[in-house]
Design a protein around this ligand. Structure first.
Ligand code: NCD
Length: 322
């Protein structure tokens, strides 16, 4: 396995499946009375979150603690970045304290890659960089689908996936696209043309596996999986839709539209969800929603990622450690 986890782009199918297998083993730890294994005792994990986060940050922290690592969290407002220190200086100073893994969230695309090229001994995990990638989110989405569809006797290969909403600004959409491409799944990006990026329109990389669709009903028709995306207002420098009301009128994923066009679908949302804007409460709280499973599986995925990168030696046997 590579030394860092920077994105799904460039990952091999074997690596992806290996992460999912390892994560599936770790699910059981969170169901124990004593939710702790000694796998990363003596290892140090720094979570550097320079953009807001609730789920991802607490999930990485809980994952590290369940593996017995020492974890520390630094958020934007508490870090020296607000005093004018560069990201590289902050990271090098942290590296001087010998952490094993640096988990970073940053609003600039490419920030984790930049650090990975410069840090000498620390493994870097991308916890979301701008609108670029969010690899652990795609892994936890896949783990959730793997577990759900295996109960129905289906594999995660061969699924029809619709990703609906603000694709343009979404790192979740990009990481999921790469992941589903590795699995040979069909992906449709659904949203107003202003929010479905032209960069994919002419792309030969995705070929017949990617479709762009402006009409919600046509975009989700026959889908097995619908991934709802939040409107990333914090990343929008101009108006991409006339108003949120008009947007939700056309693109809010409701039970009415699902039962008609994708009656057998399940629904994912990375959170935070804006109820009534991109998805209705009825769907979010209803039987198709796998949202709380996503959050649960997020811990297992991050345990697998931290274990893989911090344990260091490729020969370390997970079964022995757990
Ligand atoms: C996503 C993110 O930060 O990219 N959330 C998350 O990590 N759970 C999606 C979002 O913020 O809309």
């Amino acid at each position: 396995m590579p030394r860092h986890l920077l994105g799904i782009e460039g990952m091999s199918r074997e690596e992806l499946l290996q992460y999912l297998d390892n994560a599936e083993h770790f699910i059981e730890v969170s169901g124990r009375d004593i939710k702790k294994v000694p796998a990363l005792r003596g290892k140090t994990i720094v979570n550097l979150f320079l953009e807001p986060s609730t789920r991802t940050r607490s999930s990485f922290e809980i994952a590290g603690k369940r593996l017995s690592a020492d974890t520390i969290n630094i958020s934007g407002s508490e870090s020296s970045v607000v005093k004018g220190e560069t990201l590289l200086d902050t990271a090098k100073n942290l590296e001087a304290m010998a952490p094993d893994v640096l988990v970073i969230r940053h609003r600039e695309s490419g920030a984790p890659h930049f650090l990975a090229r410069r840090l000498k001994t620390t493994a870097v995990v991308n916890a979301g960089d701008g609108a670029h990638e969010h690899p652990t989110q795609a892994l936890l989405d896949l783990l959730t689908l793997k577990i759900h569809f295996s109960k129905l006797g289906r594999d995660i290969s061969g699924l029809k996936v619709a990703i609906v909403g603000d694709v343009r600004h979404s790192r979740v959409a990009r990481s999921n696209l790469w992941a589903h491409r590795l699995l040979g799944n069909k992906v449709t990006f659904v949203g107003p043309p202003t929010l479905v990026p032209g960069e994919f329109r002419d792309s030969s990389i995705f070929g017949n596996n990617l479709h762009l669709e402006a009409d919600l009903a046509r975009g989700i028709e026959g889908a097995d999986v619908i991934i709802c995306l939040r409107m990333q207002l914090e990343r929008q420098s101009e108006h991409f839709v006339p108003s949120l009301e008009e947007y939700s009128h056309e693109y809010c994923v409701s039970e009415r539209v699902l039962s008609r066009y994708a009656p057998n679908s399940v629904v994912l949302h990375p959170g935070p969800a804006n109820r009534g804007t991109e998805v209705s409460s009825e769907v979010l709280d209803g039987p198709r929603s796998l949202v709380s499973e996503q959050v649960t599986h997020g811990v297992a995925v991050r345990m697998a990622v931290l274990f893989t990168l911090a344990a260091g030696s490729p020969s370390t046997n997970q079964e022995q450690q757990v």
